[in-house]
Design a protein around this ligand. Sequence first.
Ligand code: UDX
Length: 436
Amino acid sequence: MKIAMVGSGYVGLVSGACFADFGHEVVCIDKDETKIARLHEGVMPIYEPGLDKLVESNVKAGRLTFTTDLAQGIAGAEAIFIAVGTPSRRGDGHADLSFVYAVAEEIGASLSNDAVVVTKSTVPVGTGDEVERILAESGTTHRFAVVSNPEFLREGAAIGDFKRPDRIVIGAQDEFGREVMREVYRPLFLNESPILFTGRRTSELIKYAANAFLATKITFINEIADLCESVGADVQDVSRGIGMDNRIGSKFLHAGPGYGGSCFPKDTLALLKTAEDYDTPVRVVAAVVEANESRKRAMGRKVLDALGGKDAARGKRVALLGLTFKPNTDDMRDSPAIAVAQTLTDAGAAVFAYDPEGMEAARALMPEVSMCDDPYTAIEGADAIAIVTEWDAFRALDLDRVKQIAKAPVLVDLRNIYRPADVRARGFEYVSVGRS
Ligand code: UDX
């Protein structure tokens, strides 16, 4: 079957390449000419493990093509996915839907066959209704249905998540929509991946509720970690102890510097806006957003404490290891590292950082931070070393070398990747999250 993917960013490109790998004929469309030209040369616009190879093999097989021409790209497609960005609108936190609606207008104006239009972008409840209205008003004579099909991909693991999903959610209002989507996901039906058919509004809400729930789980364990520090308990054991209860589940209970990234911060805010619009408060989510926001700077203060307090920090040197919001991505969006670095530089400390993939994006966001070519250059002469993102490279640091080149052997591990006893036995002062 022919599929068109409008928007060749993170979600569009991963989904398009995976659909092609299922055997569909996929056209990825984007109005950014440079992006499309580079994709033609095999250059990926984002860092995602395995994506370049997947794109290359499907392009070679003739199943995956790229274009800037929407009308040409959607011609003959039975399913047209909208996978453009829905950033937080400046000022009010609402999802900015202008890109989604602009694409819907363009699809309406160029539709040349019957098709199902699918919103893959994360869109607030009711967006599908609006897309349907735009298409209806375009005057198209072709049959169409508007379906919601949210993605649940994690950056860094997106291809695996796409091919072996926990579930696929499809919100459709009629049989035409359901039938085409069954065909789109047939290879996964065969894999026995569970597919949940719902109404369109329900499907739109599922995406926000899932992300808000996960953000809540993280924020909950982060606050329990603070309590562990106060009462002398160990948060990793608390996570294990509660996670063994199947009703709770063991995942997403790693205490750390707070969640970041392109989804949780934006989607929790957008959910709050929807709740406000409908005068139906979701107080738990409001508390999560507030707690996570203050946590990021609190983690900066934790590093300051390790330096001897805010007043002692002036002129001291801190090595930041890891800048991206999580490992295996080059994404710096809403990364806790930004607030941690800001707190340190505000106190007059000099920050030297290293990240395997994120430094290019970080340069613009953290102009006061000096970027280093490797972890040891950042550590050289440091009064404290802070691990902010749990890249594998930092799990295997040569601690003897670190101790030799750092000015003071002070390690602040905001991701709990080391065992306190091991690090202390090597002569380090060691601070982590929710453990003593
Ligand atoms: C998330 C959702 O997992 C995915 O389903 C959705 O489609 C998009 O948003 P992603 O943003 O790629 O994916 O990252 P994820 O792995 O979920 O991590 C989000 C943030 O939470 C990171 O900053 C991570 O470090 C943090 N986190 C995650 C924790 O601090 N503790 C945890 O236990 C898990």
